[in-house]
Design a protein around this ligand. Structure first.
Ligand SMILES: Nc1ncnc2c1ncn2[C@@H]1O[C@H](COP(=O)(O)OP(=O)(O)OP(=O)(O)O)[C@@H](O)[C@H]1O
Ligand SMILES: [Mg+2]
Length: 307
């Protein structure tokens, strides 16, 4: 294959376009990280916090946005950029960034349990809550943790008022004790719940992942997708009509945009069209990838019928 072929793709992705259909479709559906403006901004902010020298009141960050806006994806990327390492000679593990998920209910025991899992301690851990807490503290220290990330913070709202206070105390304690910045991620409800603790509210900077709108950022996202999806002909993703249609179908939610583009790209391979155009989004049998989107489309049809 001549690599100057498929000039509409970035050089690194041209090889993919020559693969058989099934492999290209599998590639389209595979997990990948895409570097778009807001995500890059969030990562940069986290890098900045990680470089912050330890002091008494460490600044903290709340990453919030609707479901499917890419919060967990950002955290995973940050973890890949700062992986744990094991020093064979000394027999010690260093984990600069520790990320845990909020347990389904904000029970103090479960919080330390989740944290221990993130620290690589598996299996049930006996002992009273305070023993677990001590174990977390000493492990975080000995592993050189410099940042603690808690995803799905809004789950704390599933607890009673008392449980919520205990949870907030626990994270405040960990952050103070470690002298490390805390990064919390969740929906807007997470923001509201953190605000209920005046001390934490003073420490958290909030970063909102906004939904996509009809602007240059969406144009950039669509054109970068066009430059990497292994279709053999150039797509027309940069037009106003496509942007409008994409926003209509997705409400500007990241996961829906990605799934929609993946669906039409796979369809372009099946049909042999080999490119995405405005018509790709109008196709009769276009199966919308997410239930949330189907509902949107139905509402639109109903509105049309009514008006
Ligand atoms: N930067 C990105 N690169 C590639 N895909 C992404 C990116 N951000 C989001 N996505 C896509 O969107 C999906 C949802 O992202 P993610 O799970 O991070 O959302 P979330 O904000 O954590 O949602 P929730 O609040 O429901 O947990 C991902 O599985 C991925 O397919
Ligand atoms: Mg998530």
């Amino acid at each position: 294959m001549v690599l100057s072929e498929y000039g509409h793709l970035l050089p690194a992705y041209r090889r993919q376009a020559a693969l058989p259909d099934a492999e290209r479709i599998a590639w389209i559906r595979a997990d990948r990280w895409l570097d778009f403006e807001q995500a890059r901004g969030a990562l940069a902010r986290m890098e900045d916090l990680l470089a912050y020298p330890p002091r008494d009141r460490m600044p903290c960050l709340l990453l919030y946005g609707d479901t499917g806006m890419g919060k967990t994806k950002i955290i995973r990327k940050f973890l890949r950029d700062h992986p744990a390492s094991f020093d064979k000679a000394a027999g010690v593990t260093t984990m600069p960034v520790v990320a845990m998920q909020m347990p389904a209910e904000p029970i103090e025991r479960d919080i330390y349990g989740e944290l221990l899992v993130s620290l690589g301690i598996s299996g049930p851990i006996d002992g009273a809550t305070h023993r677990q807490k001590e174990l977390c503290r000493s492990l975080l220290r000995s592993m050189g943790a410099r940042m603690l990330i808690i995803d799905e913070v809004h789950a704390m709202l599933a607890g009673s008022f008392r449980q919520q206070r205990i949870f907030l105390n626990a994270i405040r304690f960990l952050a103070n004790d470690l002298k490390a910045p805390l990064v919390c991620a969740g929906t807007d409800l997470a923001r509201q719940s953190l605000l209920t603790d005046p001390q934490l509210a003073e420490r958290f900077e909030a970063l909102h992942l906004r939904r996509w709108a009809d602007d240059r950022f969406l144009t950039q996202l669509l054109s970068s997708l066009g430059a990497l999806l292994p279709l053999r002909r150039p797509s027309a993703l940069e037009t106003t009509a496509v942007r409008k249609r994409v926003l209509e179908l997705t409400d500007g939610v990241t996961v829906r945009i990605f799934r929609l583009i993946e669906t039409v790209a796979a369809e372009a391979i099946h049909s042999g069209a080999e490119c995405i155009t405005k018509e790709s989004f109008e196709a009769e049998g276009l199966v919308l990838p997410l239930v949330a989107m189907t509902r949107k489309a139905e509402e639109r049809l109903l509105r049309r019928a009514a008006g």
